[in-house]
Design a protein around this ligand. Structure first.
Ligand SMILES: NC(=O)c1ccc[n+]([C@@H]2O[C@H](COP(=O)([O-])OP(=O)(O)OC[C@H]3O[C@@H](n4cnc5c(N)ncnc54)[C@H](OP(=O)(O)O)[C@@H]3O)[C@@H](O)[C@H]2O)c1
Length: 272
């Protein structure tokens, strides 16, 4: 049987790196894309090919996709995984940074989708897997712009799923909870920087410290947990619309549905 061709963004670290590895070990032809390609060298023995791509740069997206299509002639699965958490008080995050958050987490993914769809349609099949988060289901303390990006990912993916059904193209959302990667340290740095010398500084510093402690400890799930979920989403004959994964993710989404809003707010503000 022909190997399925997968393109995964954000493949240079964390969830993307582990997913690229697991997919290659399971017989997929994997192209890993990121701005830094050096970390992908460790996956070369498994046959993973690296593509330099900045998802905020249209030309870089086109070049990477052209390279893949020239070599393989097809693309079966696109995994939009590149992303970061621009944490900070909504009042204090510079609007340019808020735009960048949406450029990376939302518009980059949607641009790639626009470019791969003609290929998938002509193949009569394809699968798009978008990395959302439990932050696409409820708001996080000081996570407003990140939440906006993941809520957008949820809405766009739900709409896409209906639009693409007639063409045999599946759309799947992955909703991880807290996963031990660089993500938390990057989010904590953004939070500290954006709230420095503002009325939010004390509270933001407390939260940034908690974030950093959480992401440096051993409580959070390993990115391999998400990689396994991605593999399920890639191989399922009829994939689900959503896969949630990671310790505590399901209970938190359930509590958000069941608890009164202000009660859930208290839970979120006190846990960060
Ligand atoms: N960790 C968590 O707790 C968690 C929970 C829920 C959802 N998520 C989501 O999971 C995804 C992966 O995050 P992670 O936890 O694995 O974090 P990570 O280890 O920091 O990885 C983020 C990846 O995104 C890439 N990236 C960032 N900006 C980019 C850009 N402009 N162009 C291309 N690639 C870019 C990075 O590569 P380069 O810097 O090399 O470009 C890196 O490979 C993100 O969408 C994140 O929001 C994470």
């Amino acid at each position: 049987m022909e190997k399925k061709v997968v393109l995964i963004t954000g493949a240079s670290s964390g969830i993307g790196l582990d997913t690229a590895r697991l997919l290659a070990q399971n017989g997929f032809t994997v192209y890993g894309a990121a701005r830094r390609t050096e970390p992908l060298r460790e996956l070369q023995p498994l046959g993973v090919k690296s593509l330099r791509m900045d998802v905020t740069d249209d030309e870089s997206i086109r070049n990477a996709l052209n390279t893949l299509i020239a070599a393989e002639g097809r693309i079966d699965i696109l995994i939009n995984n590149a992303g970061y958490g621009s944490f900070g008080a909504i009042e204090e995050v510079p609007i340019e940074e808020a735009e960048r958050q949406l450029q990376v987490n939302v518009f980059g993914a949607m641009r790639l989708i626009q470019l791969v769809l003609p290929f998938m349609r002509s193949q009569g099949a394809g699968r798009i897997i978008n990395t959302s988060s439990i932050a696409g289901r409820f708001a996080m303390y000081f996570g407003g712009w990140y939440n906006a990006s993941k809520y957008a990912m949820e809405g766009l993916s739900d709409a896409l799923r209906m639009e693409l059904k007639p063409f045999g193209i599946d759309v799947v959302l992955i909703e991880p909870g807290g996963i031990k990667t660089d993500w938390g340290i990057i989010a904590a740095n953004h939070l500290r920087t954006s709230c420095q010398d503002t009325p939010y500084q004390a509270e933001a510093t407390r939260c940034a410290n908690t974030l950093e402690k959480g992401y440096s400890g051993n409580f959070l799930s390993n990115p391999k947990v998400v990689a396994k979920t991605m593999l399920r989403a890639c191989t399922a004959r009829h994939p689900r619309a959503r896969y949630r994964c990671g310790r505590g993710s399901t209970i938190l989404v359930l509590l958000h549905t069941l608890l009164p809003a202000r009660c859930f707010d208290r839970l979120v503000t006190h846990s960060l």
